[in-house]
Design a protein around this ligand. Structure first.
Ligand code: FES
Ligand code: FES
Length: 173
């Protein structure tokens, strides 16, 4: 069996410059999990349907299973591990707090991606309505059926109007 050619790709992952050697057909999902140690990025369908592999690419939520790493060289990637306060404070960002306080998880496999998706939506529009946030999560599936609790987390975010997010608390932008 012939060895696959690899090329060097530079990325910024959670604020850190990374230079990784990747196969030409390697997805960003594989690179993040296998070479960058960011295990909050999760494989499920592999075809852009479930949303568990969601990361922020230059601030936008994308499915990392659909992107080749070689196509995102030089871009900024944020995973669940990087969704934290920019000041390095111990408090988690508002979105993560809301999910935890609502008990919006069972196995938690889907939750990092959900939190990133909601965070990106609120960064884009801090006044997003409940319906708009629910729409944003339309591409994120939860196999445990934690939707009622996820909805509670969204309601808490909307009703608090997430002062901290407006102040840039999330740190993923
Ligand atoms: S694993 Fe990427 S969308 Fe399902
Ligand atoms: S909490 Fe298990 S998949 Fe969502």
């Amino acid at each position: 069996m012939s060895e696959q050619h690899e090329e060097s790709v530079e990325l910024e992952v959670n604020g850190q410059r990374r230079v990784v050697s990747v196969r030409g057909d390697e997805t960003l999902l594989e690179t993040l999990r296998d070479r960058c140690g960011t295990s909050s990025v999760r494989y499920s369908c592999g075809i852009g349907v479930c949303g568990t592999c969601t990361v922020l690419l230059d601030g936008a939520a994308v499915s990392s299973c659909l992107l080749l790493t070689s196509m995102v060289r030089g871009r900024q990637v944020v995973t669940g591990e990087g969704l934290r306060r920019p000041d390095g404070g111990a408090e988690p960002p508002a979105v993560q707090r809301a999910f935890v306080e609502a008990g919006a998880f069972q196995c938690s496999y889907c939750i990092p991606a959900m939190a990133l998706t909601v965070h990106a939506a609120l960064q884009r529009d801090p006044d997003a309505t409940m319906d708009e946030l629910v729409d944003e999560l339309g591409g994120n599936l939860c196999r445990c059926g934690s939707y009622p609790q996820i909805r509670q987390a969204l309601e808490a975010l909307v009703s608090d109007r997430v002062t901290s997010t407006r102040a840039g608390d999330g740190g993923a932008s």
